[in-house]
Design a protein around this ligand. Structure first.
Ligand SMILES: C[S@@+](CC[C@H](N)C(=O)[O-])C[C@H]1O[C@@H](n2cnc3c(N)ncnc32)[C@H](O)[C@@H]1O
Length: 393
């Protein structure tokens, strides 16, 4: 349940010498904020600081930074801690306002944090994509690694079984080694245990406290869950239909069986070389594949091919004049002049028939998108408008 707004909380924190509202300003300097140089422990999502007050009071030889996103709860924590310390100076606690998703903005390796406490953080169990908001998600653990010393520990308590089980996996994936684990902290004999507000609440409901300690070990590579699936870069190509006496110069791709176009009849073209313009690419490809030098050619359109993750942008040209002699010995297939009337009977990609028709109709420069699935053309868009592909499959 959300806590009621506490108007007094922020002013009290602002006036408190052991509260830090701008945590980022202390990055790398937390140790210097304490009068005594002693081990530094950080509690994330400390809430009203019920266990924090007790723990810090009992462990005066440790410095604690208690972090929470909410000034309202930190205001309550401040009052609770002040009450616990009474007339004693609060010399080993700093309350820090920070959203833990960005915790590495506030802590660095220079802070040499020896232990992190995470108690009863929100389990974010409802949807899978919410899980990355968990304070124990690998996205978080990888940040903690940066400011925890080697061998530094995470102490984690929760009421939630699925968060606990997932956290065991998260820790392992992020190079943390288990040191202690129990599914019933209060029956385990582990001591000392400082009972937090939520721990007391769940215990009263009969829910057992799950608890573990894991230590930072070496990590060879980033955990899988954080790896973005790398999509292949779009391919960039040109294709040219050279026309003469009612015929197109085509290549019958019949050289290599592992050629994705094997058996098909295509115009002349290929992939861009680095830095080439579409014109430079098509002139080079035609020269390499046929030996001809185009003297009259036109840019007729751009075709966007999509099939799953694979994308290709193809610049389409026609040519009506050239110089040189045809060299039929292309290493990709036989290069032949083919009567346009014969095209329907030749094996071709169904999408090629669509743009060949547009070329034949003399359509001005066009943008055609062809969406393929494993049965053929599943959809087409011409100049931004859906195109009926009918028998395109
Ligand atoms: C369920 S309470 C637990 C409080 C306390 N640790 C306990 O055991 O009673 C969760 C606390 O985490 C804080 N919190 C939640 N998400 C946070 C985040 N991303 N960064 C910092 N604090 C967060 C909340 O404001 C809240 O005080």
């Amino acid at each position: 349940m959300r806590m009621r707004k506490k108007k007094w909380a922020r002013p009290e924190l602002e006036a408190c010498p052991w509260a830090v509202l701008d945590s980022d300003a202390c990055r790398g300097r937390w140790r210097a904020l304490f009068p005594k140089d002693q081990p530094l422990h950080v509690e994330l999502g400390c809430g009203k600081g019920v266990s924090t007050a007790e723990m810090a009071w009992s462990e005066r030889n440790v410095n604690f930074v208690a972090v929470d996103i909410s000034t309202d709860v930190l205001g309550v924590a401040r009052r609770g801690i002040a009450a616990r310390y009474g007339s004693e100076p609060v010399d080993n606690i700093r309350l820090a306002v920070k959203e833990c998703s960005f915790i590495s903005q506030a802590f660095s390796a220079e802070d040499r944090v020896e232990r992190i406490y995470i108690n009863f953080c929100n389990p974010w169990n409802q949807r899978d994509r919410q899980k990355k908001r968990r304070l124990t998600h690998p996205r978080q653990l990888m940040q903690y690694r940066d400011f925890l010393v080697d061998g530094g520990e995470i102490w984690f308590k929760t009421d939630d079984d699925s968060l606990f089980d997932d956290t065991v996996g998260y820790l392992q994936a992020c190079g943390f080694r288990p040191r202690f684990l129990t599914r019933d902290l209060h029956a385990s004999g582990f001591s000392p245990n400082y009972v937090s507000e939520h721990e007391a609440m769940f215990t009263a409901q009969g829910v057992k406290t799950k608890f573990l300690i894991a230590a930072k070990g070496p990590l060879a590579e980033k955990p899988d869950v954080l790896m973005r699936k790398k999509r292949p870069a779009p391919e960039m190509t040109t294709l040219c239909y050279i026309e003469q006496d009612g015929k197109y110069l085509l290549i019958h791709r019949n050289r290599r069986e592992n050629d994705g176009n094997y058996g098909k009849w295509l115009g002349i073209g290929g992939h861009f070389e680095r830095g080439e313009s579409p014109e430079e690419c098509v002139l080079r490809e035609v020269r390499e594949e046929t030996g001809l030098a185009l003297t009259e050619y036109a840019s007729r359109g751009v075709v966007t091919f999509v099939m799953g993750d694979w994308v290709e942008y193809m610049y389409l040209f026609t040519a009506s004049a050239f110089e040189g002699d045809l060299r039929p010995d292309c290493d990709e297939g036989d290069v032949q002049w083919v009567d346009k009337a014969r095209l329907p009977e030749l094996p071709m990609w169904p999408g090629d028939r669509i743009f060949l028709r547009l070329l034949d109709e003399g359509r001005p420069f066009f943008s055609l998108k062809l969406i393929y699935d494993d049965r053929g053309v599943a959809g087409a868009v011409l100049d931004g408008k859906p195109l009926d592909v009918g028998g395109g499959r």
